[in-house]
Design a protein around this ligand. Structure first.
Ligand code: FMN
Length: 375
């Protein structure tokens, strides 16, 4: 396998890549006031990465977030910036791929190209890039941008942004880059990414424009629709892979999830009920809905359903149960064609050891992992 293919495979033969999602943000993806919730401090992130690397987790994937969602906990209000977070974690790990999730419209492409190379050299080819076009207007205002571009233009700009970066990573000594949005003169960039390759690239977008951006430019597409179960997602995966082939790409499809894994189903369900109902941060859910312009008066039933689903991360797969249940759920996710999943726990550091000890060996026996932890 050449180095680029090895990077896309995250340097291993695991059939279903497993990652931890959103650990750079306070609360991760759990909108809860539970006292054990994730605080996203650096020491915990570093310990988590070292542990995840040891047990064989394939990747860590951050959220690009600049402002929190208020409520009692200011959900995702304490965040570590994604590129510097990834660089720090790459310095402390040996095997795992670490993504930065980066807003193309907010980060200057020269700074981005150089920061990514630096991270990639620190990680000796384990840095990866998740490109996002952005969610919240308020975050753009923090950067002095009053209004985001129109939808199609966001992806046009994103195209120039990645084209400029790829050229800076290429062999040219010096060049100008002139597009509709960017006019960059006398570009020179040294050093280049690790080993004469480039980082694995992924994009998260729902719309046709978002998807075609991913298919044109990326190795993987990151989808986060709310799925009832794996069968519900099968069509999506097949469609993305088919369209990828039209672009001459064997595109990877990744999704997200939330895991509550306990020795018995009752314990797992009780804990899920506790943090999503008894001690949920409803204020944060209301704030998020207000940002989306969703009002309760318009349709109270729909509003309440959306509010409930936001509490546990809104999208992807919610996996609640025993280690056998988690392994079965993940096997079904793999069987419909997903290449990987980034999931979250309420407290990553407390919950990962049990998951690693109980679920990873089961996945090994199902043929989804090359080895079990310690093996
Ligand atoms: C799985 C997933 C993860 C995303 N992560 C982020 C993120 O970390 N920060 C952010 O501002 N937007 C994030 N987005 C939003 C996307 O950048 C994009 O704005 C949104 O999906 C709408 O894309 P569309 O216009 O192509 O539908 C994410 C989207 C998805 C699907």
């Amino acid at each position: 396998m050449d180095l680029m293919q090895s990077r896309i495979a995250m340097h291993n033969g695991n059939k279903l890549k497993l990652g931890l999602f959103a650990a750079n943000c306070s609360n991760g993806r759990a909108m809860t006031t539970a006292p054990e919730r994730w605080l996203a401090d650096w020491d915990s992130n570093e310990q988590l990465a070292v542990l995840a690397d040891e047990v064989g987790i394939d990747f860590m994937l951050p959220i690009a977030r600049w402002d929190g969602y208020r409520g009692e906990t200011d959900h995702q209000g304490t965040t570590l910036e994604a590129i510097t977070w990834a660089t720090g974690l790459l310095a402390h790990t040996k095997r795992m791929t670490v993504f930065a999730t980066v807003h193309a419209p907010l980060i200057n492409p020269v700074l981005a190209a150089k920061a990514f190379v630096t991270a990639d050299l620190v990680g000796r080819g384990r840095f990866a890039l998740n490109i996002v076009i952005g969610w919240n207007d308020a975050e753009f205002r923090m950067f002095g941008i009053e209004k985001r571009r129109e939808h199609e233009a966001r992806y046009e700009y994103g195209q120039e942004w990645i084209d400029a970066i790829l050229r800076m990573w290429g062999p040219e000594e010096e060049f100008d880059f002139t597009g509709k949005y960017l006019d960059l003169r006398g570009l020179r960039l040294k050093p280049k990414p690790y080993g004469g390759t480039r980082p694995l690239m992924m994009n998260a977008g729902h719309s046709p424009a978002g998807m075609s951006y991913a298919l044109r430019n990326c190795d993987a597409f990151f989808t986060a629709v709310h799925y009832r179960d794996a069968a519900d997602a099968a069509q999506d995966v097949v469609r993305v892979k088919e369209q990828g082939r039209q672009f001459g790409r064997d595109i990877g499809v990744y999704t997200v999830g939330q895991v509550v894994c306990r020795p018995t189903r009752a314990e797992a369900q009780d804990y899920f009920r506790y943090w999503t109902e008894e001690v949920a941060d409803w204020g944060a859910a209301d704030y998020m809905l207000s940002l989306k312009g969703v009002k309760r008066e318009a349709d109270p039933k729909r509003y309440d359903a959306m509010r409930r689903s936001l509490i546990h991360g809104q999208s992807g797969f919610t996996m609640i149960g025993t280690p056998d249940d988690a392994a079965d759920d993940l096997a079904r996710i793999s069987a419909v064609g997903f290449d990987g999943i980034g999931f979250s726990f309420v407290n990553y550091l407390r919950e990962l050891p049990y998951f690693a000890q109980e679920v990873l060996p089961r996945l090994y026996h199902k043929g989804l992992r090359e080895s079990a932890p310690g093996g």
